[in-house]
Write a protein that binds this ligand. Structure first.
Ligand SMILES: CC/C=C\CC/C=C/CC(=O)SCCNC(=O)CCNC(=O)[C@H](O)C(C)(C)COP(=O)(O)OP(=O)(O)OC[C@H]1O[C@@H](n2cnc3c(N)ncnc32)[C@H](O)[C@@H]1OP(=O)(O)O
Length: 260
């Protein structure tokens, strides 16, 4: 597999850097999600690793979100496997005991935004051309409850409600103002800043920080664990509707037309 790549820099600092590299836009295919989850699991089980910085190896794009082609014209079995992989990735990342820092070096719509929101801290390149948000409504689809819960836990109910209903993609300065990202820095300083933030978080005893993180996130994680099969059924019934398939096809066509 060659989708998400992991530069193994778990030196004395105990910090790994994971760089997404799945051209052209780091879309989250089944293969990508599977590799990402396996990489996270390996790091989680590595006692030498206490933190991970997640970033992109591609210019201008952190991740374009779920791979829309995985949700178009496929079988029920495929939708089931795909959605389980999306859930798995989120459960691992949001529930990670490691310190997780997103160094958002490009645009990050929908599932890409979810990855950033699931980290402990988000630093974004201060380029107003880069945007981030849960734009599902713009595609005629609905962000699942656990995307919404993750968003609410970062920005609060009112901002999440407005942003979700409008399917807003916020340019970096606006995302910072809303609290969607914690800091903006010049792109060339992004990794340096991420390492500094990581060092600050790792200065605390792991057990206290981990128990606190669990306390803050457990209810939201438990909700998906308790409703996992129901959530898969919901996804299948939603994505199998002809009206939704039509919306997704039109959106893909719009992306292609935008180029020409
Ligand atoms: C009950 C619950 C039910 C449903 C919930 C489902 C939840 C879904 C969450 C999601 O994540 S949905 C995905 C949302 N993603 C987007 O809306 C992003 C769409 N992409 C873009 O806006 C742009 O591509 C970009 C800003 C990321 C990059 O722009 P640019 O650099 O100009 O590249 P292109 O637009 O030319 O794209 C290159 C190439 O990649 C294809 N592509 C882009 N995004 C996706 C994607 N998410 N999935 C699959 N393919 C994607 C695009 O069509 C181009 O393909 P070509 O064949 O024309 O080269």
């Amino acid at each position: 597999m060659a989708a998400a790549t992991l530069a193994r820099r778990i030196g004395r600092s105990g910090v790994a850097v994971m760089k997404f590299k799945s051209p052209p836009v780091n879309s989250l295919s089944l293969e990508f999600l599977t590799e990402f989850s396996i990489s996270l699991e390996k790091l989680e089980n590595n006692r030498a690793c206490r933190g991970v910085i997640i970033t992109s190896a591609l210019p201008k794009i952190f991740s374009s979100g779920l791979d829309i082609t995985e949700m178009c014209g496929k079988s029920i079995e495929h939708y089931t496997e795909f959605w389980r992989a999306v859930q798995e990735m989120w459960l691992r990342l949001y529930g990670s005991n490691m310190v997780t820092v997103a160094a958002v070096n490009g645009s990050s719509p929908a599932g890409g935004c979810l990855i950033a929101l699931s980290c402990d801290y988000r630093i974004m390149a201060e380029n107003p051309k880069f945007s981030i948000g849960l734009n599902e409504a713009q595609l005629g689809i609905v962000a699942p409850f656990w995307f919404k819960d993750t968003f609410v836990n970062v920005v609060g109910h009112r901002i999440a409600e407005r942003s979700l209903q409008l399917g807003s993609l916020h340019p970096a300065p606006e995302a910072h103002k809303l609290g969607l990202v914690d800091e903006l820095v010049p792109e060339e300083k992004l990794m340096e800043k991420a390492a500094a933030v990581m060092a600050q978080w790792l200065a605390l005893p792991d057990h206290a920080r981990q128990l606190t993180k669990t306390m803050m996130r457990k209810a939201v994680l438990d909700r998906l664990v308790a409703h996992r099969e129901e959530d898969i059924k919901n996804f299948i019934s939603f994505v199998s509707k002809e009206s939704i398939q039509k919306s997704l096809r039109m959106y893909m066509e719009m992306l292609k037309k935008k180029k020409s």
